[in-house]
Design a protein around this ligand. Structure first.
Ligand SMILES: [Zn+2]
Length: 238
């Protein structure tokens, strides 16, 4: 028996998952757990003026590979088009097959409210994947059913209603996290948002309120039938 888990971090675009949970990913990878970044699109339409969308797609996939390697993780980029994600059976089935093959125990993904339609759809797609991969009634190329839990993580584009539940101490992982982020052109050079400054400051602020140097946060799903445990957390009966 092993207690090693597989954490899959699912982002709409290359860079989202690393930004949101890269330090957490590294903390778990260092401890011997498996970590996979799954990017539903490359995020290629944020291309700089001198690079074509097709070339920028390749560049972002290469940046994702480098970032994942630094964080001790795998990187998978699907070929959906940036800013054109839809919640439909084709993507749900495709990702459900991937989940049945890779067997993640936990999926960390975007929060449900976002200014970016791809971001807002990503957790909805993963909820549908959770059901399709988990239910034995779906025959997906004969692959065994597999169920995973979902947590949300923090992204500046997804802040409406995001109130963190879990603060993960990433003080020892934060420098490596910043090194991974620096592999991305947009994080270091975007003229529309100061990504690097923001996420360095966010890790600092989240660390302050949890009395550590740096922290990264997670949020439980919300909804009428969400179960977070069967006793009061932190109060074992014996
Ligand atoms: Zn994004």
């Amino acid at each position: 028996m092993t207690n090693k888990k597989h954490i899959m971090i699912v982002g709409a675009h290359c860079g989202d998952g690393e930004i949101q949970a890269g330090a957490i990913a590294y903390k778990y990878a260092k401890a011997g757990h498996k970590v996979t970044f799954l990017h539903l699109t490359a995020g290629e339409k944020g291309n700089p003026p001198h690079i074509s969308i097709e070339d920028y797609r390749k560049q972002k996939m290469a940046e994702a590979e480098k970032a994942a390697k630094i964080l001790g993780a795998e990187s998978i980029t699907l070929d959906y088009n940036d800013a054109e994600l839809t919640l439909n059976d084709e993507i749900v089935t495709r990702v459900a097959k991937l989940v049945r093959q890779l067997k993640p125990n936990l999926v960390i993904t975007h929060w449900i409210n976002s200014m970016h339609p791809d971001h807002a759809l990503c957790p909805r797609i993963m909820e549908a994947v959770q059901m399709k991969a988990g239910l034995p009634g779906f025959d997906l190329d004969g692959l065994a059913p597999h169920y995973f839990g979902i947590l949300h993580s923090e992204n500046w584009e997804d802040m409406e209603g995001y109130v963190p539940d879990i603060f993960v101490d990433v003080s020892e992982e934060f420098d490596t996290y910043l090194e991974a982020l620096s592999q991305y052109w947009f994080i270091m050079n975007s003229s529309s948002f100061r990504y690097f400054d923001y996420y360095k400051a966010l890790g600092t602020v989240r660390g302050c309120v949890s009395r550590v140097k740096y922290a990264q946060t997670l949020k439980y799903p919300v909804g009428g039938n969400v179960r977070r445990g069967n006793i009061i957390p932190g109060f074992p009966l014996e």
